[in-house]
Design a protein around this ligand. Structure first.
Ligand SMILES: NC(=O)c1ccc[n+]([C@@H]2O[C@H](COP(=O)([O-])OP(=O)(O)OC[C@H]3O[C@@H](n4cnc5c(N)ncnc54)[C@H](OP(=O)(O)O)[C@@H]3O)[C@@H](O)[C@H]2O)c1
Ligand SMILES: [Zn+2]
Length: 337
């Protein structure tokens, strides 16, 4: 089988198409013929050498978390899925033994890790991490869900977003950002979101963003967001200076959830404003397999239509990463078989 492997951690030009033996499933495993695998900034960071998870000793490395396809074979002891089943993978890797695995939510597992290996024609996975795709949920659409949409969904839950709330999403055009806009809409909330690109914002407005704010300088964005209203919640995947912006505009008692650091791994904010106004900052990573099942159902019911900006054949994986790096895209990019 072919795989798109990272041979050097120097950016998109480090992707090489390589031949690998088609895997056989071991006990408890399944091999999935990959029809679609979405890419995330997480993969791009690995490819750029900016992830503690992968270093030169791990090369060549096959990344790719968001696998959707059809089960080709199952190993001993697997009874829940069978060859021919149409599935999407929950990429969570958990120990199954710690208190968070026992009591939930599982994404707090003390040994939490993520599956990598979907940028290939076949993927060997833990069979109990496969979620069935009902009729009408195609592989490309399903592949958008496991990382970006699950993360955004859990962030909205942790920010206690409900009907009528105003949710602020700095960087509303990417995977997590647009997922937060669409899922806030599903929850009956209103949204204010930003982008450096007016044309990308127009597209996101057509997909449900209520109040587009064009710009990139946090100082300039502040007034425009305040003119819309006082957000009840902030979904922050950018970090850096956007954390202070989010905290400043957040209402008294409001909640900011943080999952990323695209704009910087360090943030400052007004400590007195935090405690005097009873604001909360909540860290959040991924979500649960149950969250993924919920989102698959939302797609099947027609309540959620994840935005796919483009599909790329496996041989053009490097081009997909270049488009992500160059901030050309709205929503998700998916590598297809
Ligand atoms: N903890 C978790 O479980 C988890 C899960 C998923 C993602 N994440 C994190 O969440 C973040 C988003 O991931 P993603 O896959 O959604 O990425 P993505 O699709 O590449 O996100 C693109 C968005 O980020 C904005 N952006 C890109 N570079 C920027 C910069 N230098 N300054 C300000 N805005 C910038 C873009 O704004 P423009 O429209 O202006 O170009 C666009 O809105 C990443 O930090 C990722 O690691 C964390
Ligand atoms: Zn655990």
């Amino acid at each position: 089988m072919r795989a798109a492997a990272f041979s050097e951690l120097t950016g998109p030009e480090g992707v090489r198409i390589v031949d690998r033996p088609t895997p056989d499933p071991e006990h408890g495993e399944a091999v999935v013929d990959v029809e679609a695998c979405a890419i995330n900034r997480h993969d791009l960071w690995i490819l750029e050498g900016d992830s503690a998870m992968v270093d030169a000793d791990d090369l060549p490395f096959v990344s790719g978390l968001d696998v959707a396809g059809t089960v080709r074979a199952v190993g001993e002891g697997v009874t829940d899925v069978a060859p021919g089943d149409e599935v999407v993978l929950c990429p969570n890797e958990t120990c199954g033994r710690c208190r968070f695995c026992r009591e939930g939510p599982e994404n707090l597992c003390e040994s939490f890790s993520l599956y990598h290996g979907g940028l290939a024609e076949s993927a060997r996975v833990s069979a109990d991490r496969l979620v069935r795709r009902p009729e009408g949920v195609d592989a490309t659409t399903a592949a958008a869900l496991p990382t970006a949409y699950v993360t955004a969904y859990r962030m909205l839950q942790r920010a206690e977003v409900g009907a009528g709330d105003l949710v602020f999403v700095p960087g509303a055009t990417g995977g997590v950002g647009l997922a937060a806009i669409q899922l806030a809409d599903v929850l009956g909330a209103r949204t204010v979101g930003t982008s450096s690109s007016a044309s990308k914002l127009d597209r996101v407005a057509s997909l449900g963003l209520d109040h587009p704010v064009h710009g990139e300088d946090p100082e300039e964005l502040r007034g425009a967001v305040e003119a819309v209203g006082t957000p009840d919640a902030v979904v922050n995947h950018l970090g850096g200076p956007y954390t202070e912006l989010g905290m400043d505009v957040l209402r008294r008692g409001g909640i900011m959830t943080v999952c990323g650091r695209t704009a910087g791994g360090r943030s400052t904010f007004d400590v007195a404003d935090l405690f005097l106004n009873h604001k909360r900052i909540v860290g959040s990573t991924m979500g649960t397999q149950g969250d993924l099942e919920t989102l698959v159902d939302l797609v099947a019911f027609g309540d959620l239509d994840p935005e796919i900006d483009g599909t790329y054949p496996l041989s053009e994986t490097a081009d997909a990463f270049a488009a992500m790096r160059d901030r050309e895209t709205v929503g998700k990019l998916v590598i297809t078989a």
